[in-house]
Design a binder for this molecule. Sequence first.
Ligand SMILES: [Zn+2]
Length: 229
Amino acid sequence: MDNLSPLKSIMVFVLLVIVAAGFLLVSDITRGDKAGGEVFQSKASRHNLIGVVLNPEGQAPVNLYLAKCPVARAFDFPVGPPNAKGYYNAQPFGKNNHVGEDWNGRKGGNSDLGDPIYSIADGIVVFADDIGGGWGNVVRICHNVGTRAKPVYIESVYGHLKDMAAKKGKIVKKGQKIGTMGNLDELYYAHLHLEIRSNIGRSIGGGYSKDKTGFLNPTVFIKTHRKMK
Ligand SMILES: [Zn+2]
């Protein structure tokens, strides 16, 4: 009997680990459900997006490109320009600590899969790559909202693209197609995650954060920068 005790305690320990792991999994899924999150097909996908926080690949080496960055004189929405006709913002800036906006076609589901995505203003592409995780294909564009002499740079970030038409280091015009709307191989319903950042060149982050420092409300920004001097 004494010989069996260690074996029994190992078995009890293993059983406890299995039960604990099961509990964590269930509470994770429930939490994702309550949070609402992105327009999810899979409830666990929010964790994938958050998991990208430590992924350094989204870093944009913006300094290489800023000298060529054109002055942006006007801004439009990235879908259905100029006013996002046929689309709606499913998860506004700030909701669930979202640091961007989720643009969806009004017909819902994947009806908008492959729809064109346009640059919101003149700028220079500083990043265009597949970073996997909850992001997939990401395009990042720097815009000068100051003057040639006194530049003020902001950055627009377009996530989950199906295809990318933008190339790193290339200048783009407002309304130029930079890619198409994606669903990350059905991880989500197709949508565009759009961010506008006043802190340029930062790590890609996780799409959600309590701290909104360096992130701007895209709709407010676009509407207040329709036409600049
Ligand atoms: Zn989003």
